[in-house]
Design a protein around this ligand. Structure first.
Ligand SMILES: [Zn+2]
Ligand SMILES: [Zn+2]
Length: 243
């Protein structure tokens, strides 16, 4: 039982950290710089951590900046206030993401695709169905080996769809449930005071107010667990925070 629990928690936290640290704070917002080696290291880390649900960093970044530009209006790719349930919101998110991947935003005057990182060979391999099914096969083999009984296999779909599940929770709850420190003219909320499950992503209200600040916590009692990691990386010269 313990190998399964440890594997589940590792996959959950590595995947959500990759999303928050690399895709969101670095690729989309450029809150810090990374020298070439670490840039590539964390690009690969994001692919391995997200595995079967890998998201292309550039497409994620463009999609996310559309969310900031149009937060909780009808042009927001994933406002919970324009969809009847979380599934229809995520289907629309996926459709917009796919259209960005297909190049629909490449020539838009308000989008400079060169602002966002890309590594074509990793993106091509990570986005192929062969690779995605390969990761699913590895997760399944782990469960076959270590699950005490087949009921545990019910967790496998969470592994397969880890990235979208994190996105669904953050996008839905982060603009619907919780408290506000600021009036941002949208419905962004801070869902938790200590965001221990989504490593800071649920501080949507604080983040929409200060979209370029690497620390999503604003009040003394709020904890954004990714920020101390970024500060430690700065001491180790892995990242350079922008002033
Ligand atoms: Zn938001
Ligand atoms: Zn953001």
């Amino acid at each position: 039982m313990w190998p399964i629990i440890i594997f589940f928690l590792l996959h959950w936290y590595l995947s959500v950290f990759a999303q928050s640290f690399f895709l969101h704070r670095y690729a989309a917002h450029g809150m810090f710089r990374m020298p070439g080696f670490w840039h590539r290291f964390f690009y690969l880390f994001t692919w391995i951590a997200q595995g079967s649900s890998y998201l292309n960093p550039r497409a994620y970044a463009i999609l996310h900046m559309e969310h900031h530009k149009h937060s909780d209006t009808e042009n927001d790719p994933h406002s919970p206030h324009f969809f009847k349930d979380v599934v229809s919101m995520m289907v629309n998110t996926k459709n917009v993401y796919q259209s960005i991947l297909a190049g629909a935003y490449d020539n838009r005057p308000d989008v400079n695709i060169k602002d966002y990182p890309t590594w074509p060979i990793v993106d091509k391999i990570g986005d192929s169905w062969l690779t995605r099914f390969g990761f699913m096969g590895l997760y399944t083999l782990f469960y076959i080996q270590f699950a005490p009984n087949p009921f545990w296999y019910a967790l496998l779909p969470v592994h397969f769809l880890m990235g979208p599940i994190h996105g669904a929770f953050v996008n839905w709850c982060g603009h619907k449930y919780g408290y506000s420190n600021y009036d941002n003219g949208d419905h962004s909320k801070n869902t938790f005071v200590w965001d221990l499950f989504f490593v800071g992503e649920c501080f949507q209200n604080n983040h929409h107010r200060y979209p370029r600040r690497a620390n999503f916590a604003r009040k003394w009692y709020e904890i954004d667990v990714t920020y101390p990691v970024i500060k430690a990386m700065q001491l180790l010269r892995i990242v350079r925070l922008k002033p």
